[in-house]
Design a protein around this ligand. Structure first.
Ligand code: ADP
Length: 284
């Protein structure tokens, strides 16, 4: 056999081996994902609109209903879930290739923030590195059986949400978080266009920072003309899931690392969050 034929045969064998390894990894992932009934991506057109706040609180609301919930933070550059859930000092246990999520009652949480030695460390990674971490989160985190996996995606329509969707394959859909201003329409449109391009169902739009909830009497005062989020949803034919006010107690709970819904269960904002999860509870 010539040298060229030898090299070609070696290359072929290597390719076959790699294909087999990839096939096995895919099968393992499929088995893992089959244990999770519903997978939901929480996204927003830009940062600071309260996407992580909404993700944490909806996950807590589902957990409070007795559902087993996983919360995966794929915001690689700004993982805020550990702070919001008071988990800054929690350590993730890993056994060989398995990474155990941190457990908070019915809620299992994984975030890059839980793996960083120093929370002030900036993560300076290019796309392929970020994608590889997201793949590891999906491949190696031992979620076990879950009713819901809520994925907190970084703002925008970049590598991270795309990788999650491509790698998981089938999600129930996306929740888009927006603020009420008309100018937010453009950002929502981009998220909607992203979902359409990758055939991801949009479960609905959540308006955050909608009016101001008085910490003394609970009354919600509209600051901007009301109905912004609903108007955006109607103009784009999206289900409107609800409007959460700007509520100092929401910010306080996040800063204290205490789930808002446990701390202020009787507040108007908590009741609104309970309403927003209703369509999620009805998913088949
Ligand atoms: P994003 O994930 O969109 O970047 P965050 O969820 O991190 O936004 O929220 C940004 C800040 O705004 C946080 O300090 C959070 O506590 C606060 N925040 C978000 N939603 C509300 C709200 N409805 N009421 C009060 N503060 C809020």
């Amino acid at each position: 056999m010539s040298e060229g034929q030898d090299a070609a045969r070696g290359f072929g064998a290597r390719m076959q081996h790699e294909n087999e390894a990839e096939f096995q990894a895919r099968q393992k992932l499929a088995q893992k994902l089959a244990q999770i009934k519903h997978k939901i991506l929480v996204m927003s057109g830009k940062g600071g609109v309260g996407k992580s706040t909404v993700a944490v609180n909806l996950a807590s609301a589902l957990a409070a209903k007795g559902k087993k919930v996983g919360l995966l933070d794929v915001d690689i550059h700004g993982p805020s879930l550990p702070t919001m859930l008071g988990l800054e000092n929690s350590k993730v246990i890993s056994l060989q290739n398995d990474i155990m999520p941190v457990e908070l009652g019915n809620l299992r949480v994984m975030s890059l923030g839980l793996l960083l030695e120093n929370p002030d460390q900036a993560v300076v990674w290019r796309g392929p590195m970020k994608i590889s971490v997201i793949k590891q989160f999906l491949d190696n985190v031992v979620w076990g059986e879950l009713d819901y996996l809520i994925i907190d995606s970084p703002p925008g329509t970049g590598d991270e949400p795309l990788s999650v969707c491509q790698y998981i394959g089938e999600l129930d859909g996306a929740l888009i978080v927006t603020t009420p201003q008309k100018v937010a329409t453009v950002d929502v449109r981009k998220s909607v266009s992203f979902c359409k391009q990758i055939n991801l169902k949009i479960l609905g739009l959540v308006e955050n920072m909608s009016g101001f909830a008085c910490p003394n009497c609970g009354e919600i005062t509209q600051i901007l003309p009301p109905g912004g989020g609903r108007g955006i949803a109607e103009s784009m034919n999206l289900p409107f899931l609800g409007a959460i006010p700007m509520d100092p107690q929401i910010a306080l709970a996040a800063d204290m690392g205490k789930p808002f819904l446990q701390q202020f269960a009787e507040s108007a904002s908590a009741k609104i969050m309970q309403e927003i999860i209703k369509p999620l509870l009805e998913l088949n």
